[in-house]
Design a protein around this ligand. Structure first.
Ligand SMILES: Cc1ncc(C[n+]2csc(CCOP(=O)(O)OP(=O)(O)O)c2C)c(N)n1
Ligand SMILES: [Mg+2]
Length: 243
């Protein structure tokens, strides 16, 4: 099996696993989790430096899921990587389970409690800055929703990332054009999205967020760029038609 087939197959397994969890629990964020499954697979199976046997390994890359509600794909990936037993996925959203409806750092592998949108990028800026100060090669990956960008704190963080020249921080936007109460265009349009980020000093790249192979390629390409003020990457879905 080629590497690409392996990753695509993994994405199907993760989707199956998260749908089973949601069915079993009778609750969950189905669309949001399916939306970022390929991004998670690319990061965890093709890009990030992590060690499930040593979740607190100091040199590990950091992943912050700022769009915390999409937790089911996250739990499925962490279990599959071996951060905790897969069997535990059956307890999702049940009484006394640590696999609650949003990421929390009682679960090995989770760096930050998220769910209240708009905070992930700020904390990521702090992590990336401290890695730089400690001269460590840690990379920080932050996944945001496009509806989440209505939170003003995201833009403060975007500005400070440029101020501190954080070329070890990669911001990812899951550009599915939907948020909880409608389309992003109707609720809080953020167009022109690429130009906004560019004007904040970020290097923007657009990629099909459901193409695992492309995602791995683009992440690795982004990571080659160091020492430049504008080595910031924004990943978003190519424009798609929604019926
Ligand atoms: C501060 C805050 N306000 C409101 C919510 C409620 N909420 C949960 S999901 C969501 C929509 C998120 O949309 P988006 O960021 O586009 O995520 P995705 O489409 O990937 O699910 C909202 C508003 C929240 N979690 N946090
Ligand atoms: Mg969205």
């Amino acid at each position: 099996m080629t590497e690409l087939n392996r990753l695509n197959r993994k994405a199907v397994e993760i989707r199956k696993s998260l749908l089973e969890m949601i069915y079993e629990a009778g609750t969950g964020h189905t669309g949001s989790s399916l939306s970022n499954t390929d991004i998670l697979v690319a990061l965890y199976y093709g890009v990030m430096k992590i060690d499930p046997n040593n979740p607190n390994w100091e040199e590990r890359d950091r992943y912050i899921q700022s769009k915390g509600h999409a937790v089911e794909s996250y739990w499925a990936v962490l279990a599959d990587k071996g951060f905790f037993p897969k069997e535990e996925l059956k307890t999702f959203s049940k009484y006394n389970s640590r696999l609650i409806g949003h990421p929390n750092n009682k679960v090995p592998g989770v760096e930050m409690n998220t769910g209240a949108l708009g905070h992930g990028l700020s904390v990521s800026v702090g992590m990336a800055l401290s890695a730089k100060m400690d001269k460590k090669t840690i990379r920080v990956f932050t996944l945001m929703g496009d509806g989440e960008l209505a939170e003003g704190s995201v833009w403060e963080a975007a500005m400070s990332a440029a101020q501190y020249k954080l070329d070890n921080l990669i911001g990812i936007i899951d550009r599915n054009r939907l948020q909880i109460s409608g389309t992003t265009d109707d609720v809080m349009s953020n167009e022109p999205l690429d130009k906004k980020w560019e004007s904040f000093g970020w290097h923007v790249i657009q990629v099909d967020g459901n193409d695992v192979g492309e995602l791995v390629r683009v992440f690795n390409e982004a990571l080659q760029i160091t020492g430049k003020l504008q080595s910031f990457w924004l990943i978003r879905l190519k424009e798609r038609e929604f019926q």
